[in-house]
Design a protein. Structure first.
Ligand code: SAM
Length: 242
């Protein structure tokens, strides 16, 4: 997949993830040098859902990001538009609810989740700002949003090394271990052009989220953004379920 395809046509994006689904988790662990488990624990803590609460894990893929929630007794709904990824997930974790849906047109009612989260997914959505507004719509007033994604290392010299690592090392590694190396060339490119921590914070605010804050992980390789849905929208109560 080349630079032009960073335009991310939804059918092509879903097909690309269908393709990488069987090896997705193994390759992910190798490329992130084993850090993903720690990052996922931090996401779980940031969402801070109680057992029995309903949480949307959007762009859940094979459900690896949903598992810590299910294991903590949270009623997690894993939603993704790649049926290939969902099938791999359902085989591994039949106890989790996997639902096919597009992040920009969610198949859920207003105010139907206690919290929403998206891990390593927002960057892949064709219209990420629309996805942020959709997550706001389906989350209850006062509910939390947590977005985890690759970001921009904060220490400038490291940022340069990292960009070199991504641009140069990732594609050859992926060619050896991945079934669809083009997907990992796309990954490197998509991280490079993704907004930095402050710009993504501004997107959250623009979408209507309040109390936006973020935490850098692994020196900013990953950022976890957290926000809250306001209790009222434009002076009206937003607490009514439809
Ligand atoms: C890198 S995977 C992340 C999977 C999982 N959240 C994790 O942390 O391992 C990104 C996922 O985003 C999904 N995705 C991209 N655009 C989407 C959209 N518009 N609606 C739903 N899912 C989407 C892809 O199908 C893919 O499964």
């Amino acid at each position: 997949m080349n630079r032009a395809s960073l335009e991310k046509r939804p059918e092509e994006m879903a097909a690309m993830f269908d393709d990488v689904a069987p090896k997705y988790d193994v390759v992910n662990d190798i490329l992130s040098m084993g850090q993903t488990r720690r990052w996922r624990r931090i996401v779980l803590e940031a969402v801070d859902a109680k057992p029995g609460q309903r949480v949307l894990d959007l762009a859940a893929g094979t459900g690896t990001s949903s598992e810590p929630f299910a294991d903590a007794g949270v009623n997690v709904v894993a939603c993704d538009f790649s049926v290939g990824m969902l099938k791999v997930g359902k085989r591994r974790r039949p106890d989790i609810d996997f639902i096919a849906g597009d992040a920009t047109n969610l198949p859920f009612a207003d105010n139907s989740f206690d919290a929403s989260t998206i891990s390593f997914g927002l960057r892949n959505v064709m219209d990420p700002k629309k996805a942020l507004r959709e997550m706001l719509r389906v989350t209850k007033p006062g509910g939390t949003l947590v977005v985890a994604d690759f970001s921009h290392p904060t220490f400038a010299p490291f940022r340069t090394v990292y960009t070199e690592y991504l641009m140069r090392a990732l594609p050859p590694i992926a060619k050896k271990v991945a079934s669809n190396p083009a997907a990992y060339v796309y990954l490197a490119e998509s991280i490079r052009v993704w907004p930095n921590q402050d710009k993504l914070s501004a997107w959250l605010t623009e979408a209507g989220w309040d109390a936006v804050a973020y935490r850098n992980l692994s020196g900013g390789i990953v950022a976890v953004h957290r926000a809250v849905k306001p209790l009222t929208v434009d002076g009206e109560s937003a607490a009514t379920d439809r």
